[in-house]
Design a protein around this ligand. Structure first.
Ligand code: SAM
Length: 146
C-alpha cells in the first residue's frame, strides 16, 4: 500500500523508460525497510541490473499480454515495467515471506498490479511455469549463504 504522507512527491522516485523506481527516501521504502527481516541486503534499492534488463527488453519487445515470471523480484521493477509497457501478466516470485509488500508498493506507484508468490526459484514447478513465455531474474545469484 502506498503511503499518503508526502509519498506522492516526485522527489521520491526516479523514472526509467516510463517506469517509476522508488528511491530510498520514499516513505513506503523507509517503512518497509524498518519492517524487513534482512533490510541491509535489499531493502532500499532497485538493483542496477534491472535497468539493464529493462533496456534490453525495450529493444526486444514482448508480445502484448505475455506471461512472465520475475524471480527474486525484490521491488519487482522489471516485471512492473513489463506490465506497464506491454500489458504483461506478471508473477513476481520472492523467497522472503514478507516480500509481497515491495512489488505491491512499486506497482501502486506505477498504476499496475503484478501477482505475487512467496517461494524459491528452486520450487517453481511445471504448474507454475506452464504457459510462461519469459522467465527473468536480476542479481539473484550473488551470495552463496542462501
Ligand atoms: C539483490 S536482490 C535483487 C532484486 C531485484 N531482482 C532487482 O534486480 O532489483 C536479490 C533478491 O533475490 C531474492 N532471492 C535470492 N535467491 C532466491 C531464490 N532462490 N528464490 C527466490 N528469490 C531469491 C532475494 O530475497 C532478494 O530479494
Amino acid at each position: 500500500m502506498t503511503s499518503n504522507r508526502n509519498g506522492s512527491a516526485a522527489k521520491h522516485w526516479t523514472t526509467f523508460r516510463g517506469a517509476r523506481a522508488l528511491k530510498s527516501s520514499h516513505p513506503d521504502v523507509r517503512r518497509l525497510k524498518r519492517q524487513s527481516e534482512d533490510p541491509s541486503l535489499h531493502g532500499n534499492k532497485v538493483w542496477h541490473s534491472s535497468f539493464a534488463l529493462i533496456d534490453y527488453l525495450h529493444r526486444h519487445p514482448l508480445p502484448r499480454g505475455a506471461r512472465v515470471i520475475d524471480v527474486g523480484c525484490g521491488w519487482g521493477l522489471t516485471g512492473i515495467w513489463l506490465a506497464k509497457t506491454f500489458g504483461a501478466r506478471v508473477l513476481s516470485v520472492e523467497r522472503r515471506s514478507r516480500g509481497r509488500a515491495l512489488p505491491a508498493a512499486a506497482g501502486a506507484l506505477n498504476s499496475v498490479e503484478v501477482e505475487f508468490m512467496a517461494g524459491r526459484f528452486e520450487q517453481l514447478n511445471a504448474r507454475v511455469l506452464g504457459g510462461v513465455e519469459l522467465l527473468i531474474g536480476t542479481d539473484i545469484c550473488f551470495w552463496t549463504r542462501w
